[in-house]
Ligand binder design. Structure first.
Ligand code: KG4
Ligand code: ZN
Length: 341
């Protein structure tokens, strides 16, 4: 079964075609990095306009890459939240139109669920597991009991981990997006040179705002003569917290599998530290390849396929974009949408 996946929740226009939830026939990601670079972050209005222009081209590129036509596609999966509302609407509108015009089943997918299940494309692990989603908008520890059956164990009370990377990169005048730039700079620095704070040590919730402020105060006091040391010390604090809380979640729930997902999962220091810590505690750690960790539509098609297999469908007339969609309430939120309409 060939599923067409679409993802436009933030600043990547992505279309993928995935066979039976596993085999990637095409996975095209068009980044808007250059567009937002000079603003130091994503400008929502520019992002949604860029999706409008790029989405049909990216769709055509995915079909060409896979040597397929729209008539070969058997279903459509699309991210309907969370994310920037104008951006989400572009993807959801095209998905609904195609579903109606081609009489294809449609399934709305939560972006975080996509990140949680991107491992599906490369490994045969099945729930239950602890999912750690670390992206520009989220830092969440989730107990995945089954597909669609989630319990939030902890989340950030302020900034997301990726957001902290982006903000600290701006303080160090590195540019956007900050994650890969800080990671590169940190390789040349000493992670122990500045002892930045690790917040909420006994909770499964996260807080990165104090860390961000500590970096700011350090720069105000000492300047940025040693940017690599600041980057390495900041990264050490983020990685330390993410790893410790993931292990704490595994211990508390007795679930001995941890799955990492989201843009920050592309970070080599985090990948290494989580694997090593898991090994010491006898906990299996699953990490998707970097190209599937950051935003893409293959993960949307993959989890969409599992819902379609279970007979779940979204209504091409009533599916709507929901900017603050939560992962635990998939069914409830879809019911709410039905009621509103
Ligand atoms: O999942 P994603 O691609 O988009 C969102 O859903 O937000 O994540 C983007 C975030 C950005 O904040 C970016 O700085 C961060 O992921 N990121 C990284 C790395 N690559 C991307 N953070 C740390 N290290 C990286 N290598
Ligand atoms: Zn994401």
């Amino acid at each position: 079964m060939l599923v067409l996946g679409m993802e436009t929740s933030c600043d990547e226009t992505a279309v993928a075609i995935v066979e039976n939830g596993k085999k990637i026939c095409a996975n095209i990601v068009s980044s808007q990095l250059k567009l937002h670079h000079r603003f130091g972050g994503v400008v929502p209005e520019l992002a949604s306009r860029a999706h409008l222009e790029s989405l049909p081209l990216v769709l055509r590129a995915a079909l060409r890459r896979s040597n397929l036509s729209l008539t070969d596609i058997k279903a459509i999966a699309v991210t309907y939240g969370p994310g920037l509302i104008g951006c989400l609407i572009v993807g959801v509108s095209l998905a609904k139109s195609l579903s109606y015009a081609l009489s294809l089943p449609l399934i709305g997918v939560n972006h975080l669920e996509g990140h949680l299940h991107s491992y599906l494309l490369t490994s045969s692990l099945s729930p239950p597991f602890i999912g750690l989603v670390v992206s520009g908008g989220h830092t969440s520890l989730i107990l995945v009991k089954d597909y669609g059956d989630y319990r939030s164990l902890g989340e950030t009370r302020d900034d997301a981990a990726g957001e902290a990377y982006d903000k600290v990169a701006r303080m160090l005048k590195l540019g956007y997006p900050g994650g890969p730039l800080i990671e590169k700079l940190a390789r040349e620095g000493n992670p122990e040179s500045v002892k930045f704070p690790r917040a909420l040590p006994n909770s499964l919730d996260f807080s990165f705002s104090g860390l961000k402020t500590a970096v700011l105060y350090y720069i105000q006091k000492c300047g940025i003569a040693n940017p690599a040391d600041i980057a390495a010390s900041f990264q050490a604090a983020v990685v330390d917290v993410l790893v410790k809380k993931s292990l704490m979640a595994a211990e508390k729930t007795g679930v001995e599998k941890i799955v990492l997902g989201g843009g920050v999962a592309a970070n080599e220091a985090l990948r290494r530290a989580l694997k090593e810590a898991g090994k010491k505690k006898g906990i299996k750690v699953y990490i998707p390849p970097k190209r599937l960790a950051t935003d893409n539509a293959a993960m949307v098609a993959a989890i969409g396929y599992y819902y379609l297999q279970r007979g779940e469908r979204s209504d091409p007339f009533s599916l709507d974009a929901i900017s603050d969609l939560r992962v635990e309430s998939r069914e409830r939120r879809e019911e709410e949408v039905d009621c509103i309409l």
